[in-house]
Design a protein around this ligand. Structure first.
Ligand code: SAM
Length: 282
């Protein structure tokens, strides 16, 4: 089942949370003068035009990145993320939005490598248009990212971030995430893993953070941004979360500053809130 197209959601509140954390982790990895890899199991198209096609349909970016675009009081980690989006929009008008591979490529040193998986033929073609011209730095595979990472972990420099960002349209994605992380930790125990998930009133979603906390990583962090109250009818996404294994030790302090700010700027009703939890030796 491959009906999900990320362009519909480009730049929404969930992308803000995900990409901001991705950039904060990569900035941390880049502080040491040692190479690392960025591995993206569900890469999407790489970049999105906001005023055209699917992205323009629901214009979800208006309740996400657009609300941060003109702010002058951004906390440093939010500013670092908005700067990446600005690089894509040098004339100052918000027209393009970077996907997770673009965010990575923008902040990583040129010598560090990207490994990107995307299954959808159209999005893979777009990903190739965006990144196909950098074969030394970036390798693309039109393949199942859950399976594909097994062959490339551990990355040769033994440092890296693995982003796992499936559509969850297929309920089995919840189990696939847990299995991929178990396999990943066996091969690359010290890797940083980041999983995005939607906040839904669905049993699988409620179980996911509980399952992730049981994984044999040294430490974990759970960050959720709820932009509204869960709806009375039980449907719809009221926010999203990022669960990290072996996160940078600096990330909890960063998010303590960032999450209340995002609640203020991206909250859609009085019930907007956040969760920040850590465990293990963090
Ligand atoms: N990570 C992207 C970003 O932040 O810009 C967005 C990714 S989107 C949420 C999920 C993507 O995974 C879709 O483009 C979909 O086509 C792709 N996909 C679905 N199942 C997949 C699988 N098993 N392996 C690789 N890609 C898959």
């Amino acid at each position: 089942m491959l009906s999900y197209r990320h362009a519909f959601h480009a730049g929404n509140h969930a992308d803000v949370l995900k990409h901001l954390i991705e950039i904060a982790v990569l900035d941390y990895l880049g502080q040491k003068d040692k190479p690392y890899w960025y591995i993206d199991t569900h890469a999407g198209a790489g970049g999105y035009a906001l005023h055209e096609g699917y992205a323009a349909k629901n214009a979800e970016y208006l309740s996400g990145i657009a609300r941060l675009w003109d702010r002058t009081d951004l906390p440093p980690a939010v500013a670092a993320y908005v700067d990446v989006v600005r690089e894509m929009n040098p004339d100052g008008e918000l027209r393009f939005y970077p996907g997770s591979p673009w965010c990575a490529a923008a902040v990583m040193p040129q010598s560090d490598k990207l490994r990107l998986f995307e299954l959808h033929p159209t999005d893979f073609q777009l990903l190739e248009q965006n990144f196909g011209g950098q074969p030394r730095r970036t390798q693309l595979q039109q393949a199942n990212g859950f399976e594909g990472i097994k062959a490339i972990l551990p990355p040769p420099p033994r440092r890296g971030l693995v982003l796992i960002d499936p559509p969850y349209e297929d309920k089995r994605d919840y189990q696939h995430v847990v299995t991929a992380l178990k396999e990943g930790l066996k091969r690359f125990a010290t890797g940083i893993y980041a999983v995005w998930y939607p906040c839904l009133q669905r049993a699988e979603m409620k179980e996911l953070p509980k399952e992730l906390k049981k994984l044999p990583a040294k430490s974990w962090l759970r960050a959720e941004l709820h932009v509204q109250a869960p709806s009375a009818d039980g449907f719809g996404m009221y926010g999203s979360g990022m669960f990290l294994l072996n996160p940078p030790w600096t990330l909890p302090a960063t998010l303590k500053e960032v999450l209340p700010y995002l609640v203020e700027q991206l909250g859609q009703d009085a019930k907007a809130s956040f969760i920040l939890e850590t465990g293990g030796d963090l």
